[in-house]
Write a protein that binds this ligand. Structure first.
Ligand code: C2E
Ligand code: CA
Ligand code: CA
Length: 560
């Protein structure tokens, strides 16, 4: 209750009166003492000391302009240029008109003229300035993201639109900056570290916007928007800027992707500019390297192309435009390579675009939630193919199929695969399941559960693209897997690059430790195959033996 009364009276608020003349200080002090807690300073320097020491406690400063040591103008300037001190309102004491103008320009909130008016007027002026400053702090806090100090998205767009109106739709560039795999950064290094990454990024982006004019916001947890007046040389400026941001995070490495729309007169509103910047950003892979890209007409065409592919998919499935190709895997442990299994890889024979490889549509279908339909089709085709070969040749050629990272979240995945196996009359371990390593690191708990459930049904799981993700040794030993497939990029230079070769040797040792076979894919030459054999790799797949081929062509490998 007492606190409430104090609050009403203003007593919990502290004000600082700065004047070199004792009498003046006392007069003002007496007027305000009952309402506020009052502190005094007799020159600018003493005032600055007090302000710095009590910056969180002071609600207002009353400042005389003419003082020894540090005069009122200089103090005003210092206060206004310090982001932490700027929020404290200053009322200036003056007798001259010119001084009023100048001090308002320097950021003063109000002024009191000498000789003093009646105490009630002065008290009211002081209270008014304090309340004004306090409500602006509240507005500031609701408009801004607490962590980075940048705008929240809604206010960002609100102010951006206002800016456009004020500037009569002058050209504006839009940039979207994303932290790749941010949830993993949080998971691996802790929330606090994640926050510090966002803070640093926010600060740099804020500085950039300050230099260039414009606005910035944190649009959601790990994504930033920047809206700046058009710069003809943004194509050169942005890469430098992104590199600067990238350099902020050396250890551990954080990667970013940035997409930009450079105003070419084809957009008139802010939303559209950001749609395009987002599109440019979305085109970049969420890799472990920082990258950037610009919106272009070609990108727009690409987008249209993607739209067509999405629209055409159902019809293509019904018309069997998708064909499953098979690539052999050979066991190279003995004297002669021995065909041991195959990988099913999808191809789309599109009536207009011709043959389209999966690189063009898999991630698109994943993004749009369509991949399960396609994968189910491939799994069925592969299962029925295994059965056909079993019947025709009396041998089982296990076929591995790709299981998208998105499929892992389907609660009915195991049941569906079970159904496919049974309907086609094959065994669970005839249909091998390949899951990419990054799916493990992106959603480790979920995937471990899914994979364990699949294995208990009798399926065998191969970890695809091993070495491209972030698996720690620790994590690997606790993972339920039946084979490791080395990422192709390690094989490419294995014969020329000692480091790559050493890495592959390490990965083979890891596979030994886990007691699972290792499969090298992307093997193109005899030298690569021989080297791999020498260092203990058991199974290889690649153009050296064969490209992926249609099922009838594959049969000649079985016949051999
Ligand atoms: P992946 O699973 O890593 O498959 C290996 C890719 O490497 C295949 O590309 C294959 O054709 C290619 N490849 C094989 N040997 C060599 C070689 O010696 N040299 C080179 N340069 N490349 C080789 P493809 O068929 O274009 O497939 C690309 C990716 O698309 C696959 O990578 C896989 O992630 C995905 N994918 C393919 N089919 C399916 C599918 O049915 N479902 C899902 N979810 N993803 C699929
Ligand atoms: Ca694969
Ligand atoms: Ca692979």
């Amino acid at each position: 209750m007492q606190e409430l009364l104090d609050r009403k009276k203003g007593l919990h608020r502290k004000i600082l009166i700065v004047d070199d003349e004792f009498i003046e200080r006392e007069m003002l002090g007496n007027m305000l003492n009952g309402m506020f807690e009052v502190a005094y300073a007799e020159d600018g320097e003493a005032a600055l000391d007090t302000v710095k020491r009590e910056k969180n406690k002071l609600s207002l400063i009353i400042l005389d302009l003419h003082m020894p040591k540090l005069d009122g103008y200089s103090l005003l300037e210092i206060l206004h240029s310090d982001p932490e001190l700027r929020r404290i309102p200053v009322i200036v004491l003056t007798a001259e008109k010119e001084a009023e103008v100048k001090s308002l320009q320097l950021g003063a909130a109000d002024f009191i003229t000498k000789p003093y008016e009646v105490p009630e007027v002065i008290q009211a002026r002081v209270m008014h300035s304090i309340e004004l400053a306090e409500s602006s702090v509240i507005i500031h806090e609701t408009e801004r993201d607490e962590l980075t100090g940048l705008f929240h998205k809604e206010f960002f767009f609100e102010y951006g639109r206002l800016l456009d109106v004020q500037n009569e739709n002058a050209p504006m560039d839009a940039v979207v900056i994303d932290v790749n795999r941010f949830h993993i950064v949080n998971e691996l290094y802790g929330r606090e570290f994640g926050d510090s990454v966002l803070k640093k990024l926010g600060k740099s982006i804020h500085d950039f916007v300050n230099e260039n004019g414009g606005l910035a916001c944190r649009s959601d947890s790990n994504c930033f928007y920047v809206y700046i007046p058009h710069q003809a040389d943004l194509k050169e400026v942005l890469p430098e800027q992104i590199e600067k941001l990238d350099n902020l995070f050396a250890e551990p490495k954080i990667s970013l992707r940035a997409g930009a729309f450079i105003d070419d007169g084809s957009c008139t509103d802010m939303e559209q500019r950001f749609d395009r910047a987002r599109l440019a950003c979305g085109q970049l892979s969420k890799s472990y390297e920082t990258g950037y890209g610009f919106y272009s007409a070609a990108l727009h065409d690409n987008e249209l192309h993607s739209e067509h592919l999405i629209k055409d998919m159902d019809k293509a499935l019904a018309e069997k435009q998708f064909k499953v190709f098979y690539q052999p895997k050979y066991n190279i442990e003995g004297d002669q390579p021995r065909l041991c299994s195959a990988e099913a890889l999808i191809r789309w024979f599109h009536p207009v675009y011709g043959m389209i490889s999966p690189g063009e549509f898999i991630s698109l279908f994943e993004e749009k939630g369509l991949i399960h339909k396609l994968d189910r089709y491939v799994w069925n085709e592969a299962a029925s193919q295994i059965k056909k070969w079993k019947d025709r040749y009396g041998v089982t050629i296990p076929v591995s199929v790709n299981v998208s990272r998105v499929d892992v979240f389907d609660p009915l995945l195991g049941e569906m695969l079970d159904g496919i196996v049974k309907a086609n009359g094959i065994m669970h371990d005839d249909l091998l399941l390949e899951i990419t390593e990054s799916a493990y690191t992106d959603s480790s708990q979920q995937i471990i559960e899914t994979v364990e459930a699949l294995r208990s049904r009798g399926f065998k799981i191969e970890m695809d693209d091993f070495g491209s993700g972030y698996s720690s040794l620790n994590m690997l030993t606790s993972l339920p897997i039946d084979a490791l497939k080395l990422d192709m990029k390690f094989i490419r230079n294995i014969c020329v690059n000692k480091k790559d070769c050493a890495l592959v040797e390490i990965m083979i040792k890891i596979a030994d430790l886990l007691e699972v076979p290792i499969i090298a894919e992307g093997v193109e030459t005899r030298e690569q195959a021989e080297l791999l054999k020498r260092i203990g790799c058991e199974i290889i797949q690649g153009y050296y033996f064969s490209k992926p081929v249609p099922s009838d062509e594959f049969e000649r490998f079985i016949e051999k």
